[in-house]
Design a protein around this ligand. Structure first.
Ligand SMILES: [Zn+2]
Length: 574
C-alpha cells in the first residue's frame, strides 16, 4: 500500500515552494496495528493512520505511517482493533431532556411505569411538577393511556409524562385541571384532546394540544439547561458520535452551543436546522402562504448560515413537519388505519407546502420535512419536485425525515429528484409498541415495508441514519444492531421483523458516516477516513464487521477522536 499525502504538489508549486524544501506536516499521533474501515472506496481497509492537528495526513501501512513520525510523535498500537469514521447522527434533538425527569424508556407494563413514577415522586417531595418521558402505548391496558393510572400514584401534585416520540403526553387529573381542560374544551388547531366514549378527556394530549398543559410547566433556567446539554454531549461522544445534525433549533439552543464553543467544551460538531414555524391563528385561507417568512427571519437565517461556517457549528437547513406519527394516528395516510379508522392529519395543504418549500429552496436552504405516512411522504416529494421545477434549482439535497411508510410507487422519485431518506434504525426495533400498536394500525401490507432500510438502498437513494434522540437512544452501535437484525436486544422475533428490510453492517456504517456527511454537504471534510479529512474516528472493542450480530450489542467504544482530540476514552484502552 502506498501512503497518500495531503501535501499537494500543485499547491506547493503554485505557492512558489519547491517540493524538496517543503516540510511535511508535523505528525502528532499515529495509530498502528489497527483494522481501519475507511469508508473510502479507493482504499477500503488500512492498518495505520497518521494525524496532524485536526486532520488525517496519511492512511496506509504501519511502515508508511511510521516513516512520517517525528521524535515526539505518539505511536498508538491498537492491538488489531477495529477503527471506523466518527459516527454522524443525521437527525436528533439537542439539548435533550432535562436531567431531572423520569426516564420511562423500556417501561413496558403499567406496573413498571407506575413504579418509576412512584419512586421518583417519593425521591423528589419538593417537585411541584412530576415530569417524565419515554412511555409507549403498550405500557397501558388495551394500549389506552388514561389519567386514572397516574392519579392512582400521584393525585396531589401535577404530573405530565411525554410519550417516547414527543408527539403526545399524558396528564393526571390535577394537571388537566390547572390547564383548564374539560369536556367542553375544543381541540386546538393541529392537536387533539383524546376523549373516552362518554366525551371525558382521558388525559392524553396529542400534537399541539400538549401546549395546553406545557405552557404551565415552569421552564428550566439557562444554567440548568446548559448543564444537561454538557452532560448529553459528553454521553454522545462516549457512544462514538463526532457529528450531529440537530433537527430543531431555538435561540436558547444557539446560546448553549455558543457557550460550549467559547468554553472549548463542544465535543460534537453541530449542524442546526432552523424550524419552519406555523403561522399563528390556525389554517390560512385559500393559498395564503402558511409560513410568511419575514425579511427579518430571512436575514437572521442567512446570518446564522454565513457566520457559523464550521467545522464545529454550521447552519443552512430548514425543518418542517408534514404530519405526526403512526402510533398517535396522526401520520397522514392514503388509506385508513386498521381497526381505528382515520387517515391522520396532514399539517399542510399541498399548495402552501409547495410555496413554502420553493421559497426556502430559492434562498439556497436545504429543506428537511418530517413525513411518516405515505400521503405525507408523497406530499413532500411533490413539494420538492415543484420547487426544483419552479426555481430551476438542483443539488439542494432536500431530505425527508423518518420516511417510515412510503408508497412503493414513490421510491424511484428519491433518486430521481436527489431527495435524501433520513431514517432511524431504532424505529424498526420490534418491541411491544411496534408490534402491538404500530404494525397493527398499519396492517400487514403496509407494515411489511415500514422502516425497511433496504428499500431506499435498492431504489438508489442516499440514505442517512439518525436516532431522533431523545425519542430513542443515540447509541449508534445499538442502532446498527437493530438495522442489521431487525430484532430486539433480547433477540426477538427470531430471524427478525420483516427481515427483508435488514441491511449489512457495512451499509449501516456507510449510512452513519459517509452518507450522513453527504446529508449535511460535508463529504469533502468528513464521513470517510482519508488524507485531508478531519481526524474524526472511533476505536471499537470488537470488529463489528466480522462478529455475529448479537456481539455488536456488546461492542464498546474505546476511544472517540474528534478533530485529532480525544473526546472519549474508555478506562481500559491500552
Ligand atoms: Zn425528530
Amino acid at each position: 500500500m502506498t501512503i497518500m499525502r495531503t501535501l499537494c504538489a500543485a499547491a506547493l508549486l503554485t505557492a512558489g515552494v519547491s517540493l524538496t524544501a517543503a516540510a511535511p506536516p508535523h505528525v502528532d499521533r499515529i495509530f498502528v496495528n489497527a483494522r481501519i474501515w475507511t469508508g473510502d472506496e479507493a482504499r477500503p481497509e488500512a492498518e495505520a493512520l497518521a494525524i496532524s492537528g485536526d486532520r488525517i495526513v496519511a492512511v496506509g501501512s504501519a511502515a508508511e505511517a511510521k516513516a512520517l513520525a517525528a521524535a515526539d510523535t505518539v505511536v498508538v498500537d491498537l492491538g488489531g482493533r477495529r477503527v471506523v469514521p466518527g459516527f454522524n447522527d443525521a437527525h436528533l434533538h439537542f439539548p435533550g431532556p432535562p436531567v431531572n425527569e423520569i426516564d420511562l424508556a423500556g417501561a413496558d407494563s403499567l406496573a413498571e411505569l407506575q413504579g418509576r413514577l412512584r419512586d421518583y415522586a417519593k425521591a423528589h417531595p419538593a417537585a411541584t411538577w412530576v415530569l417524565g418521558r419515554g412511555w409507549g402505548y403498550s405500557a397501558f391496558p388495551g394500549g389506552k393511556p388514561d389519567k386514572k393510572y397516574l392519579d392512582e400514584v400521584v393525585s396531589d401534585r401535577l404530573v405530565y409524562l411525554s410519550e417516547r416520540d414527543g408527539h403526545m403526553g399524558l396528564a393526571n387529573s390535577r394537571a388537566l385541571a390547572i390547564a383548564g381542560i374539560t369536556r367542553a374544551t375544543p381541540d386546538p388547531p393541529n392537536g387533539r384532546i383524546v376523549r373516552d366514549p362518554g366525551g371525558e378527556p382521558t388525559g392524553e394530549l396529542q400534537e399541539a394540544a400538549q401546549d395546553l398543559v406545557g405552557r404551565h410547566i415552569p421552564s428550566s433556567t439557562f444554567d440548568e439547561t446548559y448543564a444537561a446539554f454538557r452532560q448529553h454531549i459528553d454521553e454522545a461522544a462516549s457512544y462514538g458520535l463526532t457529528s450531529v445534525q440537530n433537527a430543531s433549533w431555538s435561540p436558547t439552543d444557539q446560546r448553549l452551543a455558543e457557550r460550549a464553543l467559547a468554553e472549548g467544551a463542544l465535543t460534537l460538531r453541530f449542524r442546526f436546522a432552523v424550524p419552519i414555524l406555523p403561522k399563528e391563528g390556525g389554517a390560512p385561507e385559500g393559498h395564503v402562504l402558511k409560513t410568511p417568512l419575514t425579511p427579518a427571519d430571512l436575514a437572521n437565517y442567512r446570518e446564522l448560515r454565513d457566520t457559523f461556517r464550521g467545522p464545529l457549528l454550521t447552519y443552512g437547513a430548514i425543518k418542517g413537519f408534514v404530519d405526526g406519527t403512526v402510533d398517535a394516528r396522526t401520520a397522514a395516510m392514503f388509506e385508513p388505519y386498521v381497526g381505528a379508522g382515520g387517515t391522520g392529519i396532514p399539517f399542510w395543504d399541498q399548495a402552501d407546502l409547495n410555496a413554502t418549500v420553493a421559497l426556502y429552496d430559492r434562498e439556497g436552504f436545504q429543506v428537511l420535512l418530517h413525513a411518516v405516512g405515505d400521503k405525507a411522504i408523497h406530499m413532500a416529494l411533490d413539494a420538492y419536485e415543484y420547487a426544483a421545477k419552479t426555481n430551476g434549482t438542483s443539488g439542494r439535497r432536500h431530505r425527508i425525515e423518518h420516511v417510515e411508510v412510503p408508497a412503493l410507487a414513490d421510491l424511484p422519485r428519491f433518486g430521481r429528484l436527489g431527495v435524501l431518506a433520513v431514517t432511524q434504525p431504532m424505529f424498526a426495533n420490534p418491541d411491544a409498541t411496534t408490534l402491538g400498536n404500530f404494525a397493527v394500525l398499519l396492517g400487514p401490507a403496509r407494515a411489511a415495508h415500514a422502516d425497511s432500510f433496504t428499500l431506499f438502498d435498492d431504489a438508489g437513494a442516499v440514505q442517512a441514519f439518525g436516532s431522533d434522540w431523545p425519542v430513542f437512544t443515540n447509541e449508534p452501535l445499538k442502532a446498527i444492531y437493530c438495522a442489521v437484525t431487525r430484532m430486539t436486544p433480547e433477540g426477538t422475533p427470531a430471524g427478525g421483523w420483516y427481515p427483508l428490510g435488514r441491511v449489512s453492517v457495512e451499509a449501516a456504517l456507510r449510512h452513519y458516516t459517509r452518507d450522513a456527511a453527504y446529508a449535511s454537504f460535508d463529504e469533502a471534510i468528513k464521513g470517510t477516513l482519508s488524507p485531508g479529512k478531519l481526524a474524526d474516528l472511533v476505536v471499537l472493542s470488537d470488529d463489528i464487521l466480522g462478529v455475529p450480530p448479537a456481539r455488536i450489542l456488546k461492542t464498546r467504544v474505546l476511544l472517540t477522536v474528534m478533530g485529532g482530540k480525544d473526546t472519549y476514552r474508555a478506562d481500559d484502552l491500552r
